[in-house]
Write a protein that binds this ligand. Structure first.
Ligand SMILES: C[S@@+](CC[C@H](N)C(=O)[O-])C[C@H]1O[C@@H](n2cnc3c(N)ncnc32)[C@H](O)[C@@H]1O
Length: 215
């Protein structure tokens, strides 16, 4: 049986306007800024971006400004997708982007130079399915951010998991602690090479891998 994504969609529908407001005030958040700076300093021009869990599309739109050719964004939240389309129209780049509602673990994904999941795996129960599906679409770089096992923060965050039933009592959204070590090992087994890892604040880390066969 597939994952029930109702809780994710409605939690992030509720969050979407706040995320847009924060973005208009402060620009990209910290993990997205680290991803944009790392990719922007490499060979981004002309590349295709696939962002799963794109939210309001802020990171993808920034990568277009940095030289990427096209963006395909997928998110489970219809409100996020609406706002991403509006931001793309505002930026005058609608012909280079496509933002659609979809589940990155089950949708047909186009092979793309860069595949990004920024603060997404922790919202989805079946990280293995999402990583397997999304990494298979990466031609050059595979990028994700997640609380990092190696920093011990996940042991601390685990203490709060039972409290989610209280925090999120109005919907069925849950936060998941997935092992970054296991994800890294799985990617290495598939021929991916780690090229970048950066701690962002005390919870998040950004990981970038080069796809098998990419220069
Ligand atoms: C914490 S938000 C991050 C949004 C954006 N990446 C950012 O950094 O601003 C997580 C987003 O991932 C989306 N999401 C979670 N699991 C997903 C999946 N399997 N496929 C597509 N979107 C997903 C949620 O709907 C939500 O908008």
């Amino acid at each position: 049986m597939g994952v029930n994504t109702e809780g994710i969609s409605c939690c992030f529908d509720d969050e979407s306007k706040r995320m847009l407001k924060d973005y208009r005030k402060d620009g990209l958040d910290d993990t997205s800024r680290v991803v944009a700076d790392a990719l922007g300093s490499w060979d981004l021009p002309g590349s295709s971006i696939l962002e799963l869990g794109c939210g309001i599309g802020a990171l993808s739109l920034d990568l277009l400004k940095k030289g990427a050719a096209s963006v395909r964004g997928l998110d489970l939240s219809p409100e996020m997708i609406q706002l991403a389309r509006s931001l793309a129209a505002e930026a005058g780049v609608t012909e280079r982007v496509s933002f659609e509602r979809g589940d990155g673990a089950v949708a047909d994904l186009p092979n793309s130079d860069v595949v990004i999941l920024d603060k997404v795996l922790c919202c989805y129960p079946d990280a293995t399915a999402l990583v397997e599906k999304s990494s298979a679409a990466a031609r050059r770089y595979y990028v994700f951010s997640l609380p990092n096992d190696k920093r011990g923060v996940t042991r601390f965050l685990r203490l709060f998991l039972p409290l989610q039933a209280i925090f999120f009592r109005r919907n069925s959204f849950r936060f998941f602690i997935h092992s970054t070590r296991q994800i890294e090992e799985r990617l290495k087994t598939k021929g991916f090479t780690p090229v970048f890892e950066s701690a962002v604040g005390w919870i998040w880390s950004v990981f970038i891998f080069v796809a098998p066969g990419a220069a």
